[in-house]
Design a protein around this ligand. Sequence first.
Ligand SMILES: C[S@@+](CC[C@H](N)C(=O)[O-])C[C@H]1O[C@@H](n2cnc3c(N)ncnc32)[C@H](O)[C@@H]1O
Length: 196
Amino acid sequence: MYQKSKDTRWHQDKDPERLDCKLSISIIQHFYRGGRILELGTGLGFFGNMIENNVENAAILGTDISKTAVTEAGKKFPRIAFKVHDLTVPVAESSLAGEEFDFVVLRGCIWYLFPQMERVVENIAALTAPGGNLFVSQNFPPLDAQFCGKEVVPSPEALQRYFNGDFKIVASTIFDDRSSQGGNDLWCMFVGEKPR
Ligand SMILES: C[S@@+](CC[C@H](N)C(=O)[O-])C[C@H]1O[C@@H](n2cnc3c(N)ncnc32)[C@H](O)[C@@H]1O
């Protein structure tokens, strides 16, 4: 996905200008109570860097399945730690075996993970410390259109339901950013808390 791309994949370099990212940062600032932050599927690290720059005392690890992305992210943002990690592999067999984080972030990754949704949710729960938080932000195409993954995750509410068993949802919003181009900017954002 990254090796052959001439442009910055998914225009990640535009993240700092994007309204959904700014809103996401406000939500993270509100709920973050200190400790280790894990950004899963960080890509080139632009959103992770926004967290690092805007959330006080954030100690962040960014992970991604792509070695190319992780290497590039490390060059761009040397103050952040990055690691290759596959979110579909059971945590105990993964590069994050034995690790737990106080705040876990997942932005824009569901359309790459939906074929293994239950496994992914199980892994995210295992990586979140008891009492820790999860923040998910996910874009959806217009819900009345056909899109890849619709049979598994047809709506923001359906996405949230996958996390209901492991997390208590403490905040959620659906944000329709019609000022953006592409018709792909219905964002579902929610915060979950893992019971102690
Ligand atoms: C649309 S990009 C989002 C990047 C970043 N989170 C952001 O908000 O700018 C989706 C990312 O998910 C990563 N990804 C896909 N499958 C993955 C997996 N199984 N485990 C971890 N990351 C994965 C991709 O490599 C890609 O960087």
